[in-house]
Design a protein around this ligand. Structure first.
Ligand code: GLU
Length: 479
């Protein structure tokens, strides 16, 4: 195989949803797997759909996702410029060349004339009116400054076929292909033209993109043929759906990569999850590092059918990533979220991190889970009633007293020691350890559910705050 060069060609028309990012990821994995180059090209010719800030978002997203490109707008590899609006001269030159080669023609039809071709749904197919204008007439009209477009001269009565690496043989009858516009009257190329010129000039060996281009590719191939250029290989990827009938859409901000980051997902977990949306490694592994994905990536594993984006699955995978971290690694990513939760209060953040590591799937759950550290006051005493443990308000009162007495002069503030002490004092008072610990958990938190039980809470709260809370709770119980 000659040198592998793949590209990711996003349009800066909105957020980057994970479907777009997956296309980039596969192109990246394929290039890396084959020792090739991965190129970023910004397709910004659709000025009307351009969104402010979207180009920077593309850079940021790729960087955060760890998808590094070898060539791109800010990394010259000798095939630039890598931004389409900086390549205007190139498209015009090649459109004119294609006219000379017989693969395209000038069209002077007015908007009114084109509109008159519309069917009842307002859709018009160009009737090839200008396809056979004489060279002289074209020259004359160009010299007179008449506005024009350049259209593709699609060969008649034949079929155009290619073999897609995922979907196999694709054939289109050329009578179904319109003589579409390649260069617009404002001199801007259409996507249909720009993708061919750019992929050729940038020496792209494998074009990897969504299935929405599967059936227009024969039309692009006709241009490669007319230019006398070698066609690239193609890999079209099935769509990612948000449910059974709707595709993810960037227009509606669906499944936006940066939103997931701000919700507390790890970039590596998102990337790992989206790799699995449409591809499965031979051994069916799910949790994989980027290196492992590169190693395992193969076209055979790419699915033909669409996949449904399942945030719960991604959550689960994210939780697996969190659990697999060392306590230090976890602390590093969790610290800002812990800070947000404790709002500057003086708690040991490392303690809190160790409490949270196995209890959240997404870092964004942390502030809510530790809200009890900030909020403590009057609460519903029914929380103490637990039939199975045989705890009622009297038992709870006794239990909280036992816990206070057990800990007020106790200084060995470690999990094991606190636990032993509570157990021993419970027994001495003729109670079960479980009854005291259950009541103590409520007394420490005033909350129906907490991450961790009494001992863990006491650990995080520290001795002073634990005793303060239990005394407050005892007062409530005694009222
Ligand atoms: N700019 C196109 C898009 O965002 C890229 C298609 C392609 O990869 O050729 O859909």
């Amino acid at each position: 195989m000659s040198e592998v060069r793949t590209r990711f060609a996003p349009s800066p028309t909105g957020f980057m949803h994970i479907g777009n990012l997956r296309t980039g990821l596969y192109a990246y994995l394929f290039a890396r797997k084959n020792g090739g180059n991965f190129i970023l090209r910004i397709e910004d010719t659709d000025q009307e759909r351009k969104v402010e800030g979207a180009v920077d978002m593309i850079y940021r997203t790729l960087e955060t996702a760890g998808i590094t490109y070898d060539e791109g707008p800010d990394k010259d590899g000798g095939y630039g410029p890598y931004v389409q609006t900086e390549r205007m001269g190139i498209y015009k030159e090649y459109a004119e060349k294609l006219v000379e080669l017989g693969g395209a023609y000038y069209c002077f039809c007015t908007k009114e004339r084109l509109e008159s071709l519309a069917d009842e749904n307002g859709v018009h197919t160009y009737d090839k009116h200008c396809r056979n204008l004489s060279k002289e007439e074209v020259a004359k009209r160009l010299a007179a400054g008449e506005p024009y477009v350049i259209r593709q001269k699609v060969p008649e009565n034949t079929t155009s076929s290619y073999t897609d690496m995922v979907f196999g043989e694709i054939s289109v009858d050329t009578s179904d292909i319109e003589d579409g516009v390649l260069l617009k009257s404002d001199g801007l190329p259409t996507y249909n033209f720009a993708n061919v010129v750019d992929d050729h000039l940038m020496k792209i060996s494998h074009v990897i993109r969504g299935t929405e281009y599967l059936s227009s590719t024969p039309k692009y191939n006709l241009m490669y043929d007319a230019f006398g250029w070698e066609r690239p290989k193609y890999m079209h990827l099935p769509p990612i759906m948000k449910d059974a009938t709707r595709k993810l859409s960037k227009r509606y901000g669906d499944a936006n990569f940066e939103d997931f980051i701000s919700k507390g997902y790890l970039p590596e977990a998102i990337v790992n999850y989206i790799a699995l949306l449409g591809w499965c490694p031979k051994d069916n592994r799910e949790k994989m590092t980027m290196e492992e994905m590169i190693e395992a990536f193969d076209t055979d594993g790419i699915s033909h059918s669409s996949s449904i984006f399942d945030e719960n699955k991604m959550r689960w995978l994210n939780g697996e990533y969190l659990k697999a971290m060392t306590p230090e690694e976890f602390y590093k990513v969790a610290e800002p979220w812990i800070e947000k939760g404790i709002q500057g209060r003086d708690y040991d953040k490392k303690e809190i991190a160790s409490l949270m590591q196995t209890r959240v799937d997404v870092l964004g759950e942390i502030p809510e889970k530790i809200a009890f550290l900030n909020e403590f006051g009057e609460y519903d005493l029914n929380m103490y009633i637990h039939q199975k443990m045989k705890v009622d308000l009297d038992v709870a009162k006794k239990a909280v007293k036992v816990a206070i007495d057990a800990l007020k002069d106790f200084n060995d503030w470690t999990d094991e020691a606190i636990k032993e002490q509570i157990k021993a004092c419970a027994e001495a008072a003729g109670m079960k350890g479980g009854q005291v610990m259950f009541s103590m958990r409520v007394a420490l938190s005033g909350a129906p559910v907490t991450p961790g039980g009494a001992i863990e809470l006491a650990k995080v709260l520290g001795k002073e705050e634990s005793l303060r809370r239990m005394r407050f709770s005892l007062d409530l119980l005694e009222k």
